[in-house]
Design a protein around this ligand. Structure first.
Ligand SMILES: NC(=O)c1ccc[n+]([C@@H]2O[C@H](COP(=O)([O-])OP(=O)(O)OC[C@H]3O[C@@H](n4cnc5c(N)ncnc54)[C@H](OP(=O)(O)O)[C@@H]3O)[C@@H](O)[C@H]2O)c1
Length: 226
């Protein structure tokens, strides 16, 4: 059975991806706490927890020890600060880049040998803001622009060895969206207006199941308004 490591798999988009890939993969369920990972592990036929603070490079190196072959790596863990430049702090910038960019780069680098062994697929959950920034989005969008630079470079460097996919969701019904709407002053949250997490998982499935001759480079999934 093929193995998939999914970061941020305790909740939201990552959890939906874990449930979908878990139908035919051994899944490493990424989370910051044992309990958060275990709740998803318990739902899946073949899974184990992958508990680590992704922003701690030493802990990350230890967490991947012994992982010699990896078919799928999905980067879903992320944070979304929503703040105007006027009020942004160096700490907010650092925290967002630490998780959304630097941790992705380091985890990928550490797992390159394992991914090459399996001719694996790397999927980064980016965002619509990875293409277009706007008010209050300098930090979050900045991380997602950088993430797109990373995946574009990785795809070019690893052509013929790995496949690299960038998934760009619009607004998705998760804890992150609840917090964002509250930050925007919207206090009557209605998750049905946004994309369901399962729809993002379906986009990831498309990339993972692509036949060997093809790489799905980029997918945009946005609320339909239906
Ligand atoms: N929701 C949207 O509307 C939307 C739209 C476009 C793109 N995205 C992107 O989609 C991805 C997933 O978003 P989401 O809405 O599913 O987020 P979410 O519901 O807030 O879940 C965030 C996940 O990230 C994990 N995480 C946070 N900090 C971590 C750390 N330091 N180390 C390891 N894991 C950490 C959390 O683990 P714990 O449970 O252990 O805290 C959790 O599993 C993000 O990259 C986000 O930018 C989301």
């Amino acid at each position: 059975m093929e193995t998939a490591l999914i970061t941020g798999a305790s909740r939201g988009i990552g959890a939906a991806i874990a449930r979908d890939l878990g139908r035919d993969h051994h899944v490493l369920v990424g989370a910051t706490t044992e309990a958060g990972a275990q709740a998803i592990v318990d739902e899946l036929p073949d899974a184990e927890p992958f508990v680590v603070d992704l922003t701690d490079p030493a802990a990350l190196a230890e967490a991947v020890t012994g992982l010699d072959s990896l078919d799928v790596l999905v980067h879903s863990a992320g944070i979304a600060p929503y703040t105007p430049v006027e009020k942004s702090t160096p700490q907010q910038w650092r925290e967002a880049f630490d998780l959304n960019v630097f941790a992705v780069a380091e985890l990928t680098r550490l797992l390159l040998p394992a991914l090459r062994t399996a001719h694996g697929t790397v999927v980064a959950i980016n965002s619509g803001t990875g293409h277009h920034s706007g008010a209050n989005n300098a930090i979050y969008s900045g991380t997602k622009f950088a993430l797109r630079a990373f995946t574009d470079a990785l795809r070019a460097e690893e052509q013929g060895r790995l496949r690299v996919t960038s998934v760009h969701p619009g607004r998705v019904d998760t804890d992150m969206q609840v917090a964002l709407q509250a930050d925007m002053g919207n206090h009557d949250y209605d998750g049905s207006r946004y994309v369901r997490t399962e729809s993002i998982a379906a986009a990831v499935r498309l990339a993972v199941d692509a036949t060997d001759d093809a790489v799905v480079q980029e997918i945009s999934v946005r609320p339909s308004g239906l």
